[in-house]
Design a protein around this ligand. Structure first.
Ligand code: NAD
Length: 470
């Protein structure tokens, strides 16, 4: 067992781990990153990036299907599903190779294999050619999370699948039952509905995308229904079994409803994730774990000196950009810096169906429930994209911007967008929120015309009865 020593060994090369490694190296620390798979983690290989490639396909197909309205008629439209998937896989490969390049550029040692912490400062990596021990002054655990299932339901990766299989099928299924209407469920429901699959969505909460503002998720729900997606909310899936090569799903409307069944060629389990905390040696060195997630302080230190944890493995919000921000923070702390704490009230969340959904901060529901308790009065500004010239010209009149401001000072409490480029637009409101911009500041910021972004300026105006185009 040869040994090499590092200032930092990062376990897991996803958007948390590789970013932590780059920052550590930039700050002069001798750094290694260990991963048993390709660098880039779920995000680059089996999540954010390949799904964005697929969703772009869906958008394109959607445009072509509505081409006649635009004076563009296409006869005999043919879809080559294998090519659609192939392009998505190539995009992932390309981006993952980009991370290999970044590791080299930053002089980070990339170690391929499965890592285990075998001492406070020791990491053992098992690879095809044997085991090697490495010394590390600091260890950053960034092992991410994996899809969870409903108790008693086995994901067989054939009929009952996760997002990983859903983005790499041989053919589009004739029917798909999606369990869970979070970001993953809704993105795949949209994708396969556009491809012609009969999609059913089963969601326990009373709205789809339940973390989003109700008015916003209602727009997506209406749009998906219009596409023929059968959406059942307020239903609890109790069991899934395999029958004649298909999945048979049992669910109840409410707790006391009578059991119903539905069948699908495929059943996508999209009910959330759980941290990858197993087989890392965490218990052996005494790292505290709480319900599948590693416990950390505000600087991502675990209870064991020299061991840090970041990203999905420490729990919600399970988002790539959060993992990256935590990775940078942890690396700066290890290098002796005192970075500002991450503001978890200002994390954007996006769902890339069409219309897209993006939000930051509190929903109006949350404010009604909690804010009132704290005496927080608020005002709401809305602007529909149907009143935006750019949106109508671009065939993107669906949706709106809704911003919730504090009534007294006009600060942003929450911002919610549903519409064609929502995920791009939300950055403006995130920045505005972090700079404590008010409704008045946003209204007075001259936005280029014509742009979709004008809707944010108008929504800010609307909060004070000063919108121009509504
Ligand atoms: P999620 O937690 O966002 O949604 C899961 C949904 O399943 C919930 O709405 C829940 O009410 C429902 N559910 C749970 N048990 C159920 C049952 N028995 N019957 C019916 N419904 C049930 O999880 P996800 O969509 O799997 O995504 C996992 C994580 O990854 C999330 O944190 C998500 O934000 C993140 N993610 C983000 C993006 C993005 O930013 N575009 C994309 C993918 C994933």
């Amino acid at each position: 067992m040869a040994s090499a020593s590092f200032d930092v060994i990062v376990i897991g090369g996803g958007p948390g781990g590789y970013v932590a490694a780059i920052r550590a190296s930039q700050l002069g620390l001798k750094t290694a990153v260990v991963d048993r798979d390709r660098l880039g983690g779920i995000c680059l290989n089996w999540g954010c990036i390949p799904t964005k490639a697929l969703l772009k396909n869906a958008e394109l197909i959607d445009h072509i299907n509505h081409g006649a309205e635009w004076g563009i008629s296409v006869d005999n439209l043919k879809l080559d599903f294998k090519k659609i998937i192939g392009r998505s896989r190539r995009v992932s490969d390309k981006m993952s190779s980009g991370i290999d390049f970044l590791m080299k550029k930053n002089k980070i040692v990339s170690i391929s294999g499965t890592a285990k912490i075998v001492g406070r400062n020791k990491v053992r990596v098992e690879a095809r050619d044997g085991k090697k021990d490495y010394e590390a002054k600091n260890i950053v655990v960034a092992t991410g999370a994996r899809p969870r299932s409903i108790p008693g339901v086995e994901i067989d990766h054939a009929s009952v699948i996760t997002s990983k299989e859903a983005m790499n099928l041989d053919a589009a299924p004739k029917s798909l039952v999606v369990i869970g209407a979070g970001a993953i469920g809704i993105e795949f429901a949209y994708f396969y509905a556009v491809l012609g699959t009969k999609v059913t969505v089963l969601e326990a909460q009373d709205t789809i995308l339940p973390v989003e503002d109700r008015e916003i998720s209602a727009v997506v729900q209406k749009s998906l229904k219009h596409r023929g997606v059968d959406i059942r909310t307020g239903v609890f899936v109790e069991g899934v079994k395999k029958s004649k090569g298909e999945a048979e799903i049992t669910f109840k409307k409410g707790k006391d409803g009578k059991p119903e069944t539905i069948r699908g060629e495929k059943c996508l389990m999209a009910v959330g994730v759980q941290g990858n905390v197993e087989n890392l040696g965490l218990e052996d060195v005494g790292v505290a774990i709480d319900r599948n997630h590693i416990k950390v302080d505000k600087d991502y230190r675990t209870n064991v000196p020299g061991i840090y944890a970041i990203g999905d493995v420490i729990g919600p919000p399970w988002l790539a950009h959060v993992a990256s921000a935590e990775g940078e923070h942890a690396a700066e702390v290890i290098a002796g810096g005192k970075p500002h704490a991450i503001d978890y009230s200002n994390i954007p969340g996006c769902t890339y169906c069409q219309p897209q959904v993006a939000s930051v901060g509190l929903t109006e529901d949350k404010l009604k429930a909690d804010g009132k308790k704290e005496g927080q009065d608020y005002k709401v500004g809305r602007f529909p994209f149907r009143a935006s010239g750019k949106a109508v010209a671009g065939g993107a009149a669906d949706g709106m911007v809704k911003i919730v401001f504090g009534a007294k000072y006009g600060e942003i409490l929450g911002a919610h967008i549903v519409g064609s480029e929502a995920a791009e637009m939300i950055a403006e409101l995130g920045l505005a929120k972090s700079l404590e911009a008010t409704a008045e500041d946003i209204r007075h910021t001259v936005h280029a015309h014509p742009t979709l972004s004008e809707a944010m300026m108008e929504a800010a105006g609307a909060a004070d009865g000063l919108a121009i185009h509504i």
